[in-house]
Design a protein around this ligand. Structure first.
Ligand code: 13P
Ligand code: SF4
Length: 302
């Protein structure tokens, strides 16, 4: 506890000395979320990275999120406190895979979930997040969509569009693990609770849910809903904010094993070290960054 208070004090001091802003994803450890200037989902954090006025951005999340911030804010120093914090789904497709897909489907548009590398974004027409996937796809002229890399988000989007969605076979190991029997068990234990799930879940889990939301979409829904109990089908880090913002409501994880190991690699100690040394810096090669930025900015304009 004393160590945490010391870290927090020093982080606050260095933050103002360096003109730094700390952005944290909703899955970050609770103490990291608590010292952040803004906690949000991928879309909110991208928007913030593009518009917030500061010299240094400390990005607490996984690699593709910090990379997106660096692409959108080339004039800022973007630091990622632990560069080994990666999203495995982002590694499930390569730029070469995207080029091969395009050869096979020359009339299709490529919609790339932000959980992807900068190289893959650079090969894509437009990005999307879990919050705006349906909107992005429906805003395009093309009738055929190559949706990469998440097969489950692709299946979810396909339910809400008339376009032909051709999915890539990537997935998130945290969300893809939930099964229909996890849902039945949780429903039995908490019969009055609403079930909220992330669109990275499998179709059979989506079928059983009361609502499908991005992480910040869940926060918004939980605040507004008249329900008092919720089963949460996404990474457990989100419970920190859900409980803090709704002290009178109850939240149960769909599975307590839903932990994204990489999200938990960031700690207060690493944030402090990053602010002291202004490293590790996230730098995306200019040629890739320019092309990837086009796809991200097209999304932000939708
Ligand atoms: P959100 O954009 O909904 O926060 O999701 C990011 C993510 O990595 C989900 O696993
Ligand atoms: Fe990637 Fe899944 Fe972790 Fe999100 S929860 S960052 S999709 S591994």
């Amino acid at each position: 506890q004393i160590r945490t208070i010391m870290f927090e004090k020093e982080i606050l001091r260095l933050k103002s000395e360096r003109n730094a802003i700390i952005l944290a994803h909703n899955y970050q450890p609770g103490d990291v979320q608590d010292i952040a200037d803004l906690t949000g989902d991928s879309l909110e954090l991208s928007r913030a990275a593009a518009t917030i006025d500061c010299k240094v951005l400390v990005f607490c999340g996984v690699d593709f999120m910090a990379e997106t911030a660096a692409i959108l804010s080339p004039e800022k120093i973007v630091i990622h406190p632990d560069t080994s914090a990666c999203c495995p789904m982002a590694q499930m497709i390569s730029p070469h895979d995207v080029r091969s897909l395009r050869e096979k489907h020359p009339d299709a548009a490529v919609v790339c979930y932000v959980n992807s590398s900068a190289d893959v974004k650079a090969e894509s027409d437009i990005c999307c997040t879990s919050a705006n996937g349906v909107q992005v796809v429906n805003a395009l002229d093309a009738d055929e969509i190559l949706f990469i890399p998440d097969r489950n988000l692709a299946a979810y989007v396909a339910r809400h569009t008339d376009k032909r969605i051709i999915p890539w076979d990537g997935y998130c190991y945290v969300h893809d693990r939930y099964t229909a029997s996890d849902v039945s068990e949780a429903r039995k234990k908490h019969p009055d609770a609403e079930l909220l799930v992330h669109p990275e879940c499998r179709p059979e889990v989506i079928d059983m849910a009361d609502g499908v939301y991005s992480t910040s979409g869940m926060l918004k829904h939980a605040r507004a809903s008249g329900a008092n109990e919720f089963i949460i089908g996404t990474e457990v880090g989100i419970l920190h904010r859900l409980c803090a913002e709704n002290p009178e409501k109850m939240f149960y994880p769909l599975s307590s094993g839903a932990v994204c190991e990489d999200m938990k690699k960031i700690s207060l100690k690493k944030v402090l070290r990053a602010l002291e040394t202004l490293s590790p810096r996230v730098e995306v090669p200019q040629t890739t960054a320019v092309r990837a930025r086009r796809a991200i900015e097209r999304m932000l304009a939708v």
